[in-house]
Design a protein around this ligand. Structure first.
Ligand code: SAM
Length: 353
């Protein structure tokens, strides 16, 4: 389906649901539960909460056969739920975007980042701020027949629900899934239960939110850093096992600005820096109204502080990532990022076989 067709569908469905007083989050749950009923018959533990909330909205429109047929036609062309995050963003609009660091990573960027972790059997792969689950879906595509556990957490329960539907539809049964909804800076026991057990983290944390208190070990907080993106590094340190790997988007300022020099020195005491891939301005142009520049940072948790096992790192800059970077660019763009992650030299340094 083209972008224009999807935009027309969004407007039409929103108008027709509104006639029955079904709006916002309710509309999302209606659609999510219809996806599950249509394509989720082989899911072992169907998420009851989503179906129940969807049913309530469904009861209000159940007599309108035209509308039901329209919803069925929207869903039938999308068996893996690829468009559901777009619907989520549409229905939850302002609440989703404003001031909470919530936006989705463009799929080509998530795909490239997932290519930076070695596929090992039985891996635990986590996204602690999972949004719609894009990173875990991309990881699952790489793991194919190998076993793995995909762990999705987000502070926003409706996003965890979105991730739960999409991951259940888009990933095979041999990839086990766990879903949590915890604040990563004030973690609940279900979140802490993953400390030291995670092999790989793929993530795009909330950028530039002020964190006043943190209820988890954080040497960076003790150094005086208070921003959500910087402190995210300590959250991941707690989650990973020794030698575990973090592939994460961070604001370019953390990688480059003088004010973060002490942070970078502290990070290199506890992590091996495996690489940094700079991204162009405008990467989030389609998914958020921000021009913040971001870099992909690749870190490996050291077995012991100050140990220096590795000497090699990769540094690269991708001038394009396969999506438009501003409103003047249209159509399929080149994707230097995918060429970078395919580079044999990079693969050798990152142990990607
Ligand atoms: C930039 S979005 C990235 C979403 C998703 N990982 C992706 O890449 O598409 C950041 C996510 O962090 C979540 N978040 C913000 N603050 C959080 C917190 N304190 N604990 C857990 N998740 C949080 C937001 O709800 C949002 O989904």
């Amino acid at each position: 389906m083209t972008f224009k067709q999807l935009a027309e569908q969004k407007k039409l469905l929103e108008d027709r649901l509104r006639r029955y007083g079904v709006e916002g989050e309710e509309s999302f749950y209606l659609l999510a539960s219809e996806y599950l009923l249509r394509f989720g018959s082989d899911i072992t533990n169907p998420p009851e909460r989503i179906i129940e909330r969807g049913r309530k909205a469904f009861d209000r429109i159940s007599h309108d056969e035209d509308l039901l047929a329209f919803i069925a036609s929207i869903i039938s062309s999308d068996p893996t739920g690829e468009n559901l995050p777009v619907w989520y963003q549409h229905f939850l609009g302002r609440r989703f975007r404003e001031g909470s660091g919530k936006f989705f990573t463009p799929r080509p960027v998530a795909c490239a980042m997932s290519a930076l972790i070695p596929c090992i059997d039985d891996a635990v792969i986590m996204d602690p701020t999972c949004g719609g689950g894009t990173f875990l879906i991309e990881a699952s595509k790489r793991w194919k027949h190998l076993q793995c556990r995909l762990v999705a957490n987000d502070i926003e329960a409706s996003l965890v629900d979105l991730a739960q539907v999409v991951l259940n539809l888009a990933t095979p049964g041999n990839h086990q899934k766990s879903f949590l909804s915890s604040n990563i800076y004030d973690p609940e026991s279900q979140f802490k239960a993953w400390y030291g057990r995670v092999d790989y983290i793929l993530a795009n944390p909330p950028f530039s939110l002020q964190i006043e208190t943190i209820d988890t070990d954080s040497s960076l907080f003790n150094l005086g850093y208070r921003n959500s993106d910087a402190l995210f590094l300590d959250v991941c340190f707690n989650l990973l096992r020794p030698d575990g790997r973090l592939i994460c988007l961070l604001p370019h300022s953390i990688v480059a600005n003088t004010e973060y020099q002490r942070l970078r020195l502290a990070v290199e005491e506890s992590w091996n820096l495996l690489g940094i891939v700079g991204l162009p301005e405008g990467v989030f142009h389609l998914t958020a109204s921000t021009t913040t520049r971001a870099d992909i940072v690749i870190l490996e948790k050291k077995r012991a502080k100050h140990s220096s096992k590795r000497t090699k790192s990769v540094f690269a800059y991708a001038p394009s990532v396969g999506i438009p970077l501003n409103s003047r660019m249209i159509g399929q763009e080149t994707n230097y990022l995918s060429q970078i992650v395919d580079d044999p030299g990079l693969k050798k340094v990152l142990g990607l076989g």
